[in-house]
Design a protein around this ligand. Structure first.
Ligand code: PMP
Ligand code: GLN
Length: 382
């Protein structure tokens, strides 16, 4: 039987490819972004207790009300927003789903969406499956800043959305106040909708303030903002997140959501609602993960790889310029097979596989894991 592919140019995601290779070659997996340390045992107990108490049936299609209330209170306190839990928050099965649903809610065939590359690998396929066109703009290498003049030159009457992601995967770049001012200038007097991927909101380092779109009412009124519990609570396998958007946009989002997912895992929502009362759990996260970044960086100093500093996320990128002539994908495969460390080649985040000889490491790992990886990497000399 034959069908016409909706995504003819798409293969298997690089995260799965590299994780599989890591298993096959028994390599340390610093590729796919997930922690190898235990999540909060308190949160695990809260979810267990919710199941024991019988909270195992469908909750409200938009998410457990008390969870949405506590999320709204958290955001309003952290970002000075005025989010209404009933009409402006929807719990989703992960951040990726929230992003896909927001794009599907808005896009019509022929629309253009500005995305910055390197871009998280789901963005462009999510745009294209909706019949829209991704207008990819490369972040400036190696600072990975947004070239705003180029953005201005690419905006036209077909531009329907702009996607931003801060802290940024894979580079760890973060948006500044100036970036927000530039974004404001670009969207002013247009119908452009912003999709802000903020799954790493708490994983931000060096005393930098997260420039959440939730801080800016004039931008939030035209935005979908996507979050992930998996990243905040080190439980990526739970696949739970949420989307925040103004009422009118959220109404349309929920029409798409209700016939795709309808409602998410209930015991975890009960557990998360309780655990959200513990403000330290998210407020201390940046410092804890920064320690891991700093530790990893100190180990990498002893290797031949050159650091491209990360200011947020689970990731730091390193250049191997001058160390090998292989392209980054082949280099990542070579490192996995022959040196026992799996990474992600950054060209996988570009539509045309732009290769700057950069690979991404996930440092959200136990020190012992990072030690072994660094030891293996230090044996890599041209
Ligand atoms: N956006 C980015 C940039 C990510 O790195 C991730 C991590 N997977 C997601 C969205 C989605 O997270 P989730 O696992 O909650 O779908
Ligand atoms: N977000 C994670 C990463 O960037 C992985 C998610 C996935 O495997 N799709 O590595």
């Amino acid at each position: 039987m034959q069908i016409q592919s909706k995504l003819p140019n798409v293969g298997t995601t690089i995260f799965t490819v590299m994780s599989q290779l890591a298993v096959e070659y028994n390599a340390i997996n610093l590729g796919q972004g997930f922690p190898d340390f235990m999540m909060s045992e308190e949160l695990v107990s809260l979810v267990n207790a919710a199941m024991q108490k019988g909270n195992n049936q469908y909750v409200h299609m938009n998410g457990l009300p008390i969870l949405r209330e506590r999320l709204a209170a958290k955001c309003n306190k952290l970002y000075g927003s005025n989010i209404h839990p009933e009409s402006e928050i929807t719990i989703t099965p992960g951040g990726t789903y929230a992003i896909y649903t927001a794009l599907t809610t808005v896009l019509q065939p022929g629309d253009e969406v500005i995305v910055f590359e390197p871009a998280y690998d789901s963005y462009i396929p999510n745009i294209e499956i909706n019949g829209a066109k991704a207008i990819a703009i490369s972040l400036q290498f190696p600072s990975y800043q947004i070239p705003w003049d180029e953005v201005k030159s690419k905006v036209n009457s077909k531009t329907r959305m702009i996607m931003i992601n801060s802290p940024h995967n894979p580079t760890g770049a973060v948006l500044s106040e100036n970036d927000i001012a530039q974004l404001r200038a670009v969207v002013k007097d247009t119908n452009i909708i912003i999709l802000s991927d903020e799954v790493y909101e708490h994983l931000i380092f060096d005393n930098i303030t997260h420039q959440s779109i939730l801080r800016f009412p004039d931008l939030l009124e035209r935005s979908f903002v996507c979050f992930s519990f998996g990243k905040t609570y080190h439980c990526t396998g739970w696949k739970l997140g949420y989307c925040i958007a103004p009422k009118e946009l959220m109404q349309e989002f929920r029409k798409v959501h209700q016939f795709n997912c309808f409602t998410c895992d209930s015991p975890k929502q009960f557990g998360l609602a309780e655990y959200l009362q513990n403000e330290n759990a998210y407020n201390n996260l940046g410092a804890a993960i920064q320690q891991k970044r700093d530790y990893f960086r100190s180990l990498m100093k002893e290797t031949s790889f050159k650091c491209i500093p990360s200011h947020g996320s689970y990731f730091e990128c390193y250049s191997y310029q001058g160390l090998s002539d292989l392209n980054d994908k082949d280099f990542a495969i070579h490192l996995t097979k022959n040196f026992g460390v799996a990474t992600i080649p950054v060209s996988a985040f570009y539509k045309n596989a732009e290769d700057n000889k950069v690979i991404r490491f996930c440092f959200a790992k136990k020190e012992e894991t990072l030690n072994i990886a660094a030891e293996k990497l230090s044996s890599f000399i041209k």
